[in-house]
Design a protein around this ligand. Structure first.
Ligand code: MG
Length: 140
């Protein structure tokens, strides 16, 4: 069971988001606007924005999954004003280790397996569906 993180602007720190199907629809390239707006709110509040993706680094050269053209992850983030951002590629590994290393207060993800691992390590994982279902609770 993931906890809600519905007071994100209490004090600045480090926040992390998954990329595919959390910030971007993996097969269309479209932004998932409530999550993009939430990430921008954290940036505006002085948080360090990180993306922790299970992609491998070479898969970050193209934002759209499985295509060999189009913007990179960095360019996609620039396009949607998610900068500055640091992008970490776990290459299918679980995300708890890097989240501990960067000191993420909270990580938003759509992957229940990743979220369970994050919770098991005492970290704060939020299912991105909570943001879609109740955006006003997150201020977006
Ligand atoms: Mg995902």
């Amino acid at each position: 069971m993931t906890r809600r993180h519905n007071q994100p602007l209490a004090y600045p720190g480090v926040v992390s988001f998954d990329f595919d199907d959390t910030l971007m629809e993996a097969h269309t390239g479209h932004p998932i606007l409530p999550l993009v707006h939430l990430a921008r709110r954290y940036l505006a509040a002085g948080y360090d924005l990180h993306i922790v993706t299970a992609r491998c680094e070479h898969e970050g050269k193209r934002a759209l999954w499985g295509l060999d053209w189009g913007p990179s992850l960095e360019e996609w983030c620039w396009r949607w004003r998610l900068t500055p951002v640091q992008i970490h590629y776990t290459c299918r590994e679980r995300k708890s280790k890097i989240l501990q290393e960067i000191g993420a207060e909270v990580h938003y993800d759509d992957d229940l397996y990743m979220l369970e691992d994050i919770e098991r390590h005492g970290l704060n994982g939020v299912n991105m569906l909570h943001v879609l279902e109740c955006p006003e609770a997150f201020g977006v």
